[in-house]
Design a protein around this ligand. Structure first.
Ligand code: FAD
Length: 276
C-alpha cells in the first residue's frame, strides 16, 4: 500500500469539550502521518464558525490541514474575503463545494454550482490553492441522468480542481466503474474514495438516505439485525469497511479519505488492519 495517501475529515466542534476531544482525535490520528486533515464548512450561520480556527489549531500542531469552503448562499465578496483569510493564514489547500442549504432556507447567493466556485477561486487566487472537489460514484441525489454526473464533475476539473474526493459508498465496483468512465471522459485528477466507518447504524442510515449513498440490502439487514448490540455493529462494520478499503487500494485507488465524525478509533483500527 506504499505511496497511497490517507486523510481524515472533521467537522468544527461547537463546544470547549468538543474542541478538547477533537484535539485528542487529531493528535492520535496524526501518528498515522496523514497527507492532510480536512474540516467541513456549513452552508450558513453557526455551522460556518470554527472551520478556520480548527484548521489553524491542527496546522499549529504540525499537520497539514485543509478547510472546506462552500458557496451556496454566498456572494462573491464573501467568498473573496474567506479566501483572503485562508491566504493570510498560510493555507494553500481547500476542498471546494457547493454545499446544501439547511431546509427552510431559501436559496440565495451568487454561485449555483461548485464549478463556479472553483472558477472563482482560480480567478481570485491563481494557483495559490490546491483545490479538491467532491464527486459521486453512486450519483448525487439531485442528478437525474448518469451522464450528467460526469459532465458536471468534469466542469469542476476543467475549472481548475487538482483532485477529487468521493461521497462514501460500500460498493467497490461502482467506484472502479466511475473512475474508468471519468478517465474515458478526460478527467485525469486523482479520485480518492471517501470512506465512512460504521459505528452507529441509525445515524448511517439517516446520512445515507440524505446523501444518496447506498447501504447494500445484505449489509442493512445484518446491521438492523444487531439491534442495539454496539459491539457486533462495530465488529461487523470494521470487517466490511476494512475489506472495502483493501479492495479499493489493491484496485489502484490513490488513497483513502475517512469521514471520521470526529472520532478516531474506527478509522485508526481500519488503518492498523491495512498496515497503513
Ligand atoms: P456540485 O458539483 O455543484 O453538484 C451539485 C448538483 O448539481 C449535482 O447533482 C450536479 O450534477 C449538479 N450540477 C452541477 N453543475 C451543474 C450544471 N451546470 N447544471 C445543472 N446541474 C449541475 N457540504 C457542506 O455544506 N460543507 C462541507 O464541508 C462539505 N464537505 C463535503 C466533502 C465531500 C468530500 C463531499 C463528497 C461532500 C461534502 N459536502 C459538504 C456535501 C456537498 O456540499 C453536497 O453533496 C452538495 O449537495 C453538492 O456539492 P458539490 O460540491 O458536489 O456540488
Amino acid at each position: 500500500m506504499a505511496g497511497r495517501t490517507i486523510s481524515f475529515e472533521f467537522f468544527p466542534p461547537k463546544t470547549a469539550e468538543g474542541r478538547a476531544r477533537l484535539r485528542e482525535t487529531w493528535q492520535g490520528l496524526g501518528a498515522l502521518k496523514p497527507a492532510f486533515f480536512s474540516v467541513t464548512y456549513g452552508a450558513g450561520g453557526s455551522t460556518r464558525e470554527g472551520t478556520l480556527e480548527t484548521v489553524l489549531e491542527i496546522r499549529k500542531g504540525g499537520h497539514e490541514a485543509a478547510p472546506h469552503i462552500s458557496c451556496v448562499a454566498s456572494s462573491r465578496q464573501e467568498i473573496a474575503a474567506q479566501l483572503e483569510r485562508y491566504k493570510s493564514s498560510g493555507i494553500r489547500h481547500v476542498v471546494a463545494l457547493r454545499g446544501d442549504l439547511p431546509s427552510g432556507l431559501a436559496a440565495a447567493g451568487e454561485f449555483r454550482y461548485a464549478s463556479e466556485l472553483v472558477e472563482f477561486i482560480r480567478k481570485h487566487s491563481g494557483d495559490w490553492f490546491r483545490i479538491e472537489v467532491a464527486c459521486y460514484p453512486e450519483y448525487h441525489p439531485q442528478t437525474r441522468y448518469a451522464k450528467d454526473e460526469l459532465r458536471h464533475f468534469k466542469a469542476k476539473v476543467d475549472a481548475g480542481a487538482n483532485g477529487a474526493i468521493t461521497q462514501y459508498f460500500y460498493n467497490a465496483d461502482g467506484y472502479f466503474r466511475f473512475v474508468e468512465e471519468a478517465r474515458a471522459a478526460g478527467i485525469g485528477v486523482p479520485i480518492v474514495p471517501g470512506v465512512m466507518p460504521i459505528g452507529n447504524f441509525s445515524q448511517l442510515a439517516r446520512f445515507s438516505d440524505a446523501c444518496g449513498a447506498e447501504i447494500p440490502r445484505w449489509m442493512r439487514l445484518k446491521l438492523e439485525g444487531f439491534y442495539d448490540d454496539a459491539a457486533s455493529i462495530r465488529a461487523f462494520g470494521l470487517d466490511i469497511v476494512t475489506a472495502l478499503c483493501r479492495r479499493l487500494l489493491e484496485g489502484g485507488a490513490p488513497g483513502l479519505h475517512f469521514y471520521t465524525l470526529n472520532h478516531a478509533p474506527l478509522a485508526a483500527e481500519i488503518c492498523r488492519r491495512l498496515a497503513l
